[in-house]
Structure formats: structure tokens, C-alpha cells
Design a protein around this ligand. Structure first.
Ligand code: FAD
Length: 741
């Protein structure tokens, strides 16, 4: 940051000079600030104006106490006062007819520049002889000293409609300014050497406070609080979103990944497929656009380094049944706590729906494999192709100290399409089976027309997969409207982009053949009153034109799934992460879709972690379950005016025309070129709602310098705090608040 103080008198145009200097830098793409402080509102009274210039956003708006350079517009103001706080090596730029050498004795060791701005301004008719307006002239001289080209000077002048004589005066000053740069003196921003240490407000060297304890005058005091950022509150996996994003801001990629891995072993999966409720809750969304947390999570997972914790060291063994995100999350947390884990999986591969359901164009298999491998490296043992039955569950409960059940949703919902015996029944398939066969390379559609029934993720993924597998036409029929579709909204848009047609408010009735083609007869619907799910109930239309046929060769049913409870002992009651009551020897817990059916990977991860902590508490009495959450940082606690607008950095996407033919990942993330820069820029958009990120604004604005930084963060010295409240009004994120005494 470069900071300038201008000393002048009312009428000389000092504040406009500050604006001109700022404008010239602004036009060069820098961030700038310019403002004036008036001693009195009359011509001739002393004034100061301030300019700040930086390559990144400027959030500090207090007066400048330690300028890099000073500019003096009036010779009567040339005195020791202009040296106050001036950084070593900073230029003193004077309006004077004398050569710089004339001031060497008064300002020893300082680089000096002089220009007779008064004479130049009078010669160009700027102002009057008694009060010449020297600002544009001094702008020319100052710009030369600061290394700004005259083209930029002229551009800045024209931008604020100062042409003609102003430009000519500035040009003359630019040519005539005399500079005496002392040997070793710095130019634009003098680098500080250890010997040049400038005492900062946070240093302990600011001297002892006055003996008068002004804190006794206060009627209220500032306090600090830590609120719950809305993203953290919204994350079903329980991620500390604010902390991991803050670590990216600091360029601490491994630290960011470490933070995510505390709560979730699948940041690379969630960074791709999570519907990201954190982004929906993000306070920045009410300001411009929410922070791209999903892309940041993907970036951290793909580029950070994973450390494996120690292997088991406890005697207790825990069996986990089901290798979806819930099962794996519990296995991971329990392994980190030192338990020996055996994971039973009915299928021949690990990962649950992350592998069998979510297609590779959304979740590349190498990313999933890498995260599963990381969990297994914690010493988790697996038994594939091992479907646990009710009888075996009882046996396992004798063998293991605790069981965790996360078998997901195994029952599919059928639809009676009145297919005649020997008719088109083989044309109907369950979406989840279709997706599993598709990923194994067992589906070829060769121009078939496919109709998918449903509105959830399975329906959308089946439709998009069908498109990629060679279907000539893919339609989704859904009995409600698009607004009620449970699928992730962005995935619906992507499907439409890939040429999938959506027939809203349509319900299929029967599948028949007309000798040549199969036809799906459908009925139009309208929305009625909300049903028990809270969504508008679809009501059949009965007019003649409410019925129509869709030619189709294959129907894929994606009508939702439910848990298969046959594994549970009779009479068991399922509660998310609550122990099952029943006839079982060891404690049994349930989680994921089986227990809560929240239908997201993140929720399953959260359920698995909670269950792991419940198991640990049951076995040891030690409690890692989260304490009560602090209040949420609502949008109104954010001082939005202290932030600047900045668009979300989006990751790349393959064009629909290309992706229709391939299972390559659709989202390509941030390009390798400038990857870290994009991540840093996006993370820096985070408001850090309700969490101090040591921005120093409170310190900078405290008129009494009563804030000190110690190991626990900032501390108020109430002996001297008068309770003015400036720190609270200047805190951008609702951390500081005032309370009556
Ligand atoms: P599952 O992932 O279903 O895993 C259960 C595992 O248990 C399976 O591997 C199963 O074989 C095994 N199992 C079952 N019974 C037994 C038994 N008796 N013995 C041993 N093993 C058994 N969520 C998102 O967040 N984003 C998405 O983009 C997304 N897309 C989806 C797309 C599709 C097609 C589907 C179907 C779901 C999608 N979801 C998505 C939802 C998400 O995948 C699930 O909510 C999540 O996988 C549930 O995790 P889980 O561990 O509870 O169960």
C-alpha cells in the first residue's frame, strides 16, 4: 500500500489533487481511496487530504498517520509538522520556487522535490493571483515523482473534466519539477529495513498509557463473540466451512484439507456432487453471489496433502454394515479413535450409491477411489460380496463391541403400467439398476427412445446417462412441476442443456404396443393443495385432451426408494444415530439414508460421524458430540458496506454438445493456469460471518488504542476504553458488540 498526505489551504484544491492522484492509479487498475479533512470551512484554512493506493482491496479508511510521501501545496505550511509519521525514504514534494537543496538542512536525509506551482498556476490563469488553484499543477509534479506517465496524468485530468489550462499547467510542472533523490533513498514505496522499524498500533512499544483511566467514563463496553457462520450451520456433514475457506485465503492448502478431514473423509466427492446448502445459506448471497464453497472444497481435496492417522490401538472391534458414505464416515471416525473396524458390503465394490448410482461424468471414479483408499489406509478391513442378514446381525453383535448399520435405501418403488402378459414388460427397468448396469458397460441404447419417470436425482442421472449411451430421444415425465422436483436444480439444467426433454405435470398410465412401437399413454395433471410432504398434490386432468401417447422403446422408473428393514430384529425402532432397542447383545446404531433418508452424501457423512461418536460414548463415556451451537450470524450482523462487490469465480464446464457423447467429468474445475490464484480470490470473498479473522479494522479505528493482540486474540483494555463503539461499528463480521455496563 502507498499512502500520501497532502497539506494545503482551503481553496487550493488539495482534495481534488488527492482525487486526481487516486484516479490516475485507479485507471491503471489499482485500488484507491481519496478523502479530505477540513480544519474549517473557509478559504485559506489549513486542510489535509489523504490518498491510499494498493494492488488489493483497501478496507482501512481511517486517516493516514504514517504516510509514504507528503505533498505541500502552500509554502506557509512547510514546517516540521509535515514530517510527522513520514516513512523513511518518503518524498517531500513542495510548492516552492526554491531548489530542493534549499530545504536539505530543514529536512535532512529526505528525498525532496520542488516546483513553483503558484507561478505556473497563475501563468495558466488557474484561480486568482491571491488564491491560485495549484492542484492540477502539483498533480503534474507529484505524478512525475511517483513515476506516472504524462499520458496517465492527462487521462486522469480528462476523466474528471479538467482539460485545457489544467493539462498545460500539469505538463509544465511535470517537466519542471526538480527532484533531489538522496543516495539510498527509496522511490515509490520505501521497503522497510529492520533498522527502520515503524511502531505499529499492535506493537507493545507505543508507550505507557496516560495515568488517567478514561475507562471509568464508559457507560458501555465492547465485547467479542464467536457466532456460528450460516454455512457451518447448514452443512449436513458438519464441516467447519468458514475455517477451511479462511485457510485457503492464507494459502494454507494442507491446513484447509486437514480441517475438512476432521469431519468428512469425502471432500473430493462433496466438492463435486453436494447440492451445497452452505452456498444457499451464505450471507454473501444477499450481497452479490454466495461464495463458491463447493469449488473450493474440490480444489482443496484435489490439491491438498492427506496425512494418515495412527492405526487401531483399542481392544474393541466395531462392525460397519454398508460401504456408502454413512458407513465409510463412521468407519473412518472410529478408526481415527483407535477402533478395529470391519466393513461388510453386499456388493462387489465399495462406495454405495457414490459408485453404483452417481455417474462418472459427475464423480470420476479415480477421485472416489482415492478417498476410499485413504479411509482404508486407516486400517479399515473390508468384506465384499457379504450381505448381512437378520440372523447374522445377531451373531455379529456377539462378536463385535458395537455395530453400525448403514444399508441405505434398497427397496425400489414399482409402477403398474398395466402391461399385458407377454407384452412390453422387458422394456421397463428400475433407474437404480439401469445406472448400475450403465456404469458396468452393460447398456447399449442404439437410437432407442427412452422415457424416464420421476423427478429425483436418479431420474436425472438415468436420463443424462441414456443420452450418453446412444438414445435418440430422452424424456422425463414428472407428475408435478419442475419447482417440486427433488433433484439438484443445477443437474436439471444440465440435463436440459444436453437435450433431455422434461414433461412436467404428466403421469404415465400404461405401456402398450401398436404392433410397431411401444407407446406410453400419459395423463396430464395440475397442482392441487399441498399433501403431507408439503408439496402441491398432483391432481389428474380429466378432459379428453388430457390423455396422450409418447412413443418409447424403454421406460426407466425412478420413483424413489425406501429402506429394506428385513435386516433389523423385529420390534426395533430406527432413530438417526440413536441406539437400537431390542434383543441384541452389543449396541447397534443406524445412520445414513436408512435412518434419516435425507438423500445426500453430506447428510450421510454427518450421520455416520454422529453415530461413531455415539458408539464411542457408549463404549468409553468420552463425549465428542458437538456442544450446543452458538447463535447463527444472520445477514444483518454483517457490515456489508465495508465489502466490495466481486463476482463468484466459477469452474469450467464442458460444452453440452461435447459432453453428450462421453462420461468424462462435466465440471472441469478451475483451470490449472492460475488455479491457486482463483482459489485465493474466491476464498477471499468469504465474509467470515461471526468469526474474527484478525482483519485489524477494530485496532485501526480505535481512537484510544486500547486493543491488544495476545494469544487469545484481541483484548480490550477496559481501564482506558471509553466505550465509543467505533470498533463495533467497524467490525465487518458481527464479532464485536457493545453491552451496557
Ligand atoms: P448407500 O450409499 O445407499 O450405501 C449403502 C450400502 O449398503 C450399499 O453399498 C449397499 O450395497 C450396502 N448394503 C445394503 N444392504 C446390505 C446388507 N444387508 N449387508 C451389507 N451391505 C449392505 N446425493 C448427493 O449429495 N448428491 C448427488 O448428486 C446425489 N446423486 C444421487 C444420484 C442417485 C442416482 C442416487 C440414487 C442418489 C444420489 N444422491 C446424491 C443421494 C446419495 O447418494 C445418498 O443419499 C447416499 O449415498 C446415502 O448414503 P448411505 O451410506 O446411507 O447409503
Amino acid at each position: 500500500m502507498t499512502e500520501l498526505v497532502i497539506f494545503g489551504r482551503g481553496g487550493q484544491g488539495g482534495v481534488t489533487l488527492a482525487k486526481l492522484i487516486a484516479q490516475a492509479h485507479f485507471l491503471r487498475g489499482q485500488f484507491v481511496q481519496a478523502f479530505g479533512v477540513y480544519a474549517a470551512e473557509r478559504s485559506g484554512a489549513p486542510l489535509q487530504a489523504f490518498v491510499r493506493i494498493d494492488d488489493s482491496e483497501i478496507t482501512n479508511s481511517n486517516q493516514i498517520r504514517e504516510p509514504d510521501h507528503v505533498v505541500v501545496l502552500d509554502r506557509t505550511l512547510i514546517g516540521p509538522r509535515i514530517l510527522a509519521g513520514l516513512r523513511p525514504g518518503g518524498w517531500i514534494i513542495l510548492n516552492s520556487a526554491d531548489y530542493p537543496e534549499a530545504f536539505v538542512e530543514r529536512f535532512p536525509g529526505r528525498p525532496l522535490a520542488t516546483v513553483d506551482a503558484t507561478a505556473i498556476a497563475i501563468a495558466h490563469g488557474l484561480g486568482t493571483k491571491t488564491v491560485p488553484i495549484v492542484n492540477t499543477t502539483m498533480f503534474g509534479a507529484t505524478s512525475k515523482v511517483l513515476g506516472i506517465s504524462f499520458d496517465d496524468v492527462e487521462h486522469a485530468l480528462r476523466e474528471i473534466k479538467l482539460g485545457g489550462a489544467n493539462i498545460e499547467a500539469a505538463r509544465r510542472a511535470y517537466e519542471q519539477v526538480r527532484m533531489q533523490e538522496l543516495p539510498g533513498a527509496a522511490t515509490l514505496v520505501p521497503p522497510l529495513t529492520p533498522g527502520d522499524h515503524v511502531v505499529g498500533l499492535l506493537d507493545d512499544e507505543v508507550g505507557a498509557p496516560p495515568s488517567l483511566k478514561t475507562g471509568s467514563w464508559a457507560t458501555r463496553r465492547p465485547h467479542r463473540q464467536r457466532l456460528t457462520p450460516p454455512c457451518n450451520h447448514a452443512c449436513p456433514a458438519g464441516n467447519d466451512v468458514q475455517s477451511f475457506v479462511a485457510a485457503v485465503t492464507e494459502g494454507r492448502l494442507d491446513r484447509a484439507l486437514h480441517t475438512l478431514l476432521q469431519t468428512s473423509p469425502f471432500p473430493g466427492v462433496c466438492g463435486r456432487v453436494c447440492p451445497a446448502p452452505c452456498m444457499e445459506a451464505c450471507n454473501r448471497g444477499t450481497f452479490d453471489e454466495s461464495v463458491n464453497v463447493r469449488e473450493l472444497e474440490r480444489y482443496v481435496a484435489d490439491h491438498g496433502h492427506r496425512e494418515i492417522a495412527d492405526h487401531s490401538w483399542r481392544d474393541e472391534r466395531v462392525a460397519v454394515i454398508g460401504s456408502g458414505p454413512a458407513g465409510f464416515s463412521a468407519a473412518y471416525q472410529l478408526a481415527r479413535l483407535g477402533y478395529s473396524i470391519t466393513l461388510f458390503e453386499a456388493g462387489d465394490e465399495l462406495g454405495g450409491v457414490m459408485r453404483t448410482g452417481i455417474p462418472a461424468y459427475r464423480l470420476p471414479r479415480d477421485r472416489l477411489d482415492r478417498e476410499i483408499e485413504f479411509i482404508l489406509d486407516h486400517g479399515v478391513e473390508t468384506r465384499l460380496c457379504h450381505r448381512v442378514s437378520r440372523a447374522e446381525l445377531i451373531d455379529l453383535s456377539r462378536e463385535f463391541s458395537a455395530l453400525f448399520l448403514a444399508t441405505g435405501l434398497q427397496e425400489t418403488r414399482a409402477l403398474d403400467l398395466s402391461v399385458e402378459r407377454g407384452g412390453s414388460a422387458d422394456r421397463i427397468e428400475q433407474g437404480i439398476d439401469f445406472l448400475d448396469r450403465a456404469r458396468r458397460g452393460l447398456v447399449k441404447l442404439n437410437g432407442e427412445r427412452v422415457t424416464v419417470v420421476g423427478g429425483g436425482n436418479t431420474a436425472i442421472d438415468a436420463a443424462r446417462s441414456a443420452r450418453r449411451l446412444g438414445a435418440s430421444q430422452v424424456r422425463i415425465v414428472y407428475r408435478r412441476s419442475r419447482n417440486e422436483m427433488p433433484a439438484i436444480a443445477e443437474e436439471i439444467d444440465a440435463a436440459i442443456g444436453e437435450g433431455v426433454a422434461i414433461d412436467e405435470l404428466v403421469s404415465p398410465l400404461r405401456l402398450r404396443t401398436n404392433g410397431v412401437h411401444a407407446l406410453l399413454t400419459c395423463q396430464r395433471m395440475r397442482l392441487g393443495e399441498p399433501d403431507e410432504s408439503g408439496r402441491a398434490r398432483p391432481v389428474p386432468e380429466t378432459t379428453e385432451d388430457a390423455f396422450f401417447d409418447i412413443p418409447c422403446d424403454r421406460v426407466v422408473l425412478a420413483l424413489g426408494q425406501s429402506p429394506d428393514l428385513s435386516i433389523l430384529p423385529e420390534g426395533c425402532e430406527i432413530r438417526d444415530a440413536g441406539a437400537l432397542l431390542g434383543l441384541i447383545a452389543s449396541p447397534v446404531f443406524c445412520g445414513g439414508d436408512l435412518a434419516a433418508n435425507e438423500g445426500t452424501v453430506a447428510a450421510a457423512i454427518g450421520g455416520g460421524r454422529r453415530a461413531a461418536f455415539h458408539i464411542h460414548r457408549t463404549l468409553t463415556g468420552e463425549d465428542f458430540l458437538a456442544a450446543e451451537e452458538a447463535p447463527i450470524a444472520e445477514p444483518q450482523v454483517i457490515a456489508a458496506h465495508l465489502f466490495t462487490h466481486s463476482p463468484r469465480r466459477r469452474g469450467g464446464v464442458i460444452a453440452p454438445s461435447k459432453r453428450r457423447h462421453s462420461f468424462d467429468e462435466v465440471h472441469t474445475g478451475w483451470e490449472n493456469d492460475g488455479l491457486h490464484h482463483h482459489a485465493h480470490e474466491e476464498a477471499s470473498r468469504c465474509f467470515s460471518c461471526g468469526v474474527c479473522n484478525a482483519c485489524d479494522r477494530c485496532v485501526e479505528h480505535c481512537p484510544e488504542a486500547v486493543l491488544r493482540l495476545d494469544a487469545d486474540g484481541y483484548r480490550f483494555d477496559y481501564d482506558y476504553c471509553k466505550g465509543c463503539g467505533l470498533c463495533a461499528t467497524q467490525c465487518p463480521r458481527g464479532v464485536i458488540y457493545m453491552a451496557e455496563l
